[in-house]
Design a protein around this ligand. Structure first.
Ligand code: ADP
Ligand code: TRP
Length: 321
């Protein structure tokens, strides 16, 4: 029996290469060896997106991105989170066995607090909805980027607490984080993130790729000065896109045989050849919006049927029936 793999991405903006290497590419690589459930976390996106039209457009775009990146609906159940409303019921039940101080320890919550943002109750309860996504499908493995690791800990703790209180009901899931791509840096050197405005979109045009790469800040070392590949944000992207040339580039860096401008030009060229086939595939898929909607509908039906069966057990266990 294959292990159950589940993950999702919020439709809060265009997917970027951090999302791709940190999350999406892993989903694609693992879809042969696992029974896969991959969804679009549109309920989660409601914590930040308050315009219906934006949410709808982003959701459709992410669906196309998933398919273009290589998720195969024959192998992976692709669905919208909101087509499984059982997760909101389960999240409520989890919120009732979770303390407020525990939720206040979440990185995302603390970040918002530190920035004196207005924190909605949805943001605070975000980890419980995420736990519900994972546990309602009995997932074994959850592939994510490093920034989501803590959320998987919340899901594990919640499964254990529920099982202790009400009897063995949920599988305790494991995070799957590839250390090599755990944090892809953005064009300003911080973690690439939709919320920092430092992204290179996965489906960027060649001009956007060039603009993004040329904007990456470097130090002021001249061409002949030795450079440290381990601290260079351009080199961090070479590690993803220039795998064949990596030893040579590393040598040229260390021996002062390459300037940042040339390094960036090589990177742009390699990114373009890596991304071109994905871009082409995306264009084809985007032409058939009906087919995309049909794939999500079929996936939603399947995911919902599983969730409904699990919720029957849960309702029984907590005394709602
Ligand atoms: P963002 O920070 O851009 O809003 P999300 O929170 O929607 O991204 O993340 C979606 C998935 O992509 C998660 O699994 C997350 O861990 C991964 N991810 C996001 N940014 C990066 C990055 N810079 N490097 C590696 N993985 C990332
Ligand atoms: N919080 C995740 C993110 O921002 C998205 C997400 C929601 C998720 N529910 C999930 C990821 C369940 C894995 C499993 O990327």
């Amino acid at each position: 029996m294959k292990k159950i793999l589940l993950s999702g991405i919020q439709p809060s903006g265009k997917l970027h290469i951090g999302n791709y290497f940190g999350a999406l590419k892993q989903f694609v690589d693992l879809q042969e060896s696992h029974e896969c459930y991959i969804f679009i976390a549109n309920y989660h996106a409601l914590t930040t997106v308050t315009e219906a039209r934006t949410l709808r457009t982003n959701t459709h775009e992410v669906a196309i991105d998933y398919l273009a990146a290589g998720l195969d609906p024959e192998k992976t159940t692709l669905y919208l989170q909101s087509d499984v409303p059982e997760v909101t019921e389960l999240a409520w039940i989890f919120e009732c066995i979770t303390t407020v101080p525990y939720l206040e320890r979440a990185h995302a919550f603390k970040d918002a607090e530190a920035k004196s943002k207005e924190i909605n109750a949805g943001l605070m309860n975000y980890p419980m909805l995420m736990a519900a996504d994972i546990l309602v499908q009995d997932a074994d493995v959850v592939p994510v980027g490093a920034d989501q690791k803590q959320h998987i800990e919340y899901a594990r703790d919640t499964a254990e607490k529920f099982n202790r209180l009400y009897g063995d009901t949920f599988t305790v899931p494991k995070a799957h984080v590839l250390e090599k791509v755990a944090i892809i840096p953005g064009t300003d050197g911080r973690k690439m993130s939709k919320s920092y405005g430092n992204v290179i979109p996965l489906f960027a045009t060649p001009d956007e790729v060039k603009g993004g790469v040329m904007a990456i800040p470097t130090d002021s070392k001249g061409i002949t000065e030795p450079k440290n590949p381990d601290t260079c944000n351009v080199f961090a992207l070479h590690r993803l896109f220039s795998t064949d040339e990596l030893p040579e580039l590393e040598m040229r860096y260390r021996e002062g045989k390459i300037g940042y401008h040339e390094s960036k030009e090589i990177l742009v060229r390699n990114m373009d050849s890596y991304l071109a086939p994905l871009r082409e595939r995306r264009e084809k898929i985007a032409k058939d919006a009906k087919a995309v909607a049909g794939i999500l509908k079929a996936g939603g039906d399947k995911a919902r049927a599983r969730a409904a069966a699990k919720m029957k057990e849960v309702r029984e266990a907590v005394g709602l029936v």
